[in-house]
Write a protein that binds this ligand. Structure first.
Ligand SMILES: NC(=O)C1=CN([C@@H]2O[C@H](COP(=O)(O)OP(=O)(O)OC[C@H]3O[C@@H](n4cnc5c(N)ncnc54)[C@H](O)[C@@H]3O)[C@@H](O)[C@H]2O)C=CC1
Ligand SMILES: O=C(O)C(=O)Cc1ccc(O)cc1
Length: 367
């Protein structure tokens, strides 16, 4: 498709969408804007956008498609500004925010001006943020939710689907209410719980200095998302306030119930609690739906001695396994460090895991 696409918020999601649009529609011109000028510069250097714009207004006024990929509270403020700009007559506006009800409600300010806004939410991402985390395959096979209002025809949604075809995502339409309820349960509440588990561990660390070093396996699995961007999650929590307050109360009631079972030493009911969760969890579809963690990182606990990195990359090179990135994440006060190696895909990562399991005795884990 031809036209000017303007991406506001050059981070993980804005950058990944830019890459997809450019690939699918090479004739489109991609403009980008971010409050953080460094992100604009990086986006140009990385060829993720064609041009940066000096202001939000400038980019908005030349665009055929505007994509707001900023934290949701910022998105609302940007929408308020957009109403006062001289936008192109057939401009289409969408956002990528993780909450939809309050965004779609805000979009009623466009009605008088006959500006078309369609809420959007790609249900894929990661705990990483910023333009350097952007990647073309981020949305593959994930759901991409649109929340058109009831008086909008299918024409605009179809145009958006055409623009976003390169994502290879699965497009679905939902009401904003259903969206916020389901993402509240599957994404927003789990983020709050993950962060609270980490906070609890942090508080205990004072009495147990060894604690963070023992944090492995299950704790890392369940708390990965606590590494996400705090601005983004504070915004989401406020914009899905009603749903989250209700879900948190249900969660607290559930925790009180488990507390009582443990206090009463009720093995049978505890067994049922764990069993019912296991059955539902085991039946969740794999790889097909929902939020996909699509960064292929392998973490290795390594002793801190000279030549360790070349030893590990040497083994991988011998088996012709390519890596896309390598980083020492933390050097601890004693002998251990954590090495993060990133791969293009799941296959390379599992081959690497197998290779290193065979050739070293280091602890390997996938977050
Ligand atoms: N991170 C994830 O996994 C997912 C995030 N989302 C949603 O997409 C949106 C963007 O998220 P990410 O790309 O992960 O965040 P990010 O932190 O990687 O990027 C957001 C960018 O927006 C910029 N920004 C903030 N306020 C701005 C303003 N007023 N004007 C221009 N730029 C501004 C920031 O400087 C930053 O570069 C959020 O609303 C988030 O809820 C949706 C799906 C997945
Ligand atoms: O990293 C993860 O697993 C995520 O949960 C990513 C994510 C964050 C926010 C969204 O609205 C959708 C997906």
């Amino acid at each position: 498709m031809r036209g000017n696409v303007f991406i506001v918020g050059l981070g993980l999601i804005g950058g990944s969408l830019a890459l997809n649009i450019k690939k699918q529609h090479p004739e489109a011109v991609i403009y980008g804007y971010d409050v953080n000028k460094e992100e604009i510069e990086k986006a140009i250097i990385l060829k993720i956008i064609d041009e940066g714009t000096e202001s939000f207004q400038k980019g908005s006024e030349l665009a055929d498609l505007i994509i707001l990929a900023t934290p949701v509270l910022e998105t609302q403020k940007l929408m308020e500004q957009l109403v006062n700009f001289s936008l192109r007559e057939n401009v289409l506006i969408t956002d990528t925010g993780s909450t939809k009800k309050s965004i779609v409600e805000k979009a009623t300010i466009f009605h008088d001006k006959a500006i078309q806004f369609i809420g959007g939410h790609p249900m894929a991402g990661s705990h990483k943020s910023g333009i350097t985390a952007a990647k073309e395959q981020l949305f593959e096979n994930a759901f991409y939710i649109f929340t058109p209002s009831s008086n909008q025809g299918s024409e605009q949604v179809n145009t958006l689907k055409e623009w976003f075809k390169g994502t290879k995502a699965r497009f679905i339409e939902l009401s904003a209410d259903d969206h916020d309820e389901m993402t509240g349960i599957l994404s927003h509440l789990p983020h709050i719980i993950a962060s609270s588990l980490v906070e609890q561990a942090k508080d205990a660390q004072e009495n147990f200095p060894l604690l963070s070093r023992l944090a492995a396996g299950g704790f890392r699995d369940i708390t990965r998302i606590a590494s996400s961007d705090p601005t983004m999650w504070a915004s989401i929590s406020l914009l899905n306030k009603d749903v989250l307050v209700r879900l948190l109360k249900q969660w607290i009631a559930k925790m009180n119930y488990v507390t009582e079972l443990i206090q009463a030493e009720n093995f049978d009911k505890l067994y049922t609690f764990f069993l019912e969760a296991k059955i539902f969890r085991d039946e969740l579809p794999v790889h097909s739906t929902g939020v996909i963690h699509s960064f292929y990182d392998l973490f290795i606990d390594i002793p801190d001695y000279p030549g360790i990195i070349s030893e590990i990359t040497g083994y991988l090179a011998e088996e012709r396994i390519s890596i896309t990135n390598i980083k020492i994440l933390e050097t601890r006060e004693d002998i251990y460090g954590v090495l993060r190696i990133s791969f293009q895909n799941e296959r390379d990562r599992s081959r690497a895991k197998e290779c290193l399991e065979k050739r070293t005795s280091y602890d390997l884990f996938i977050q």
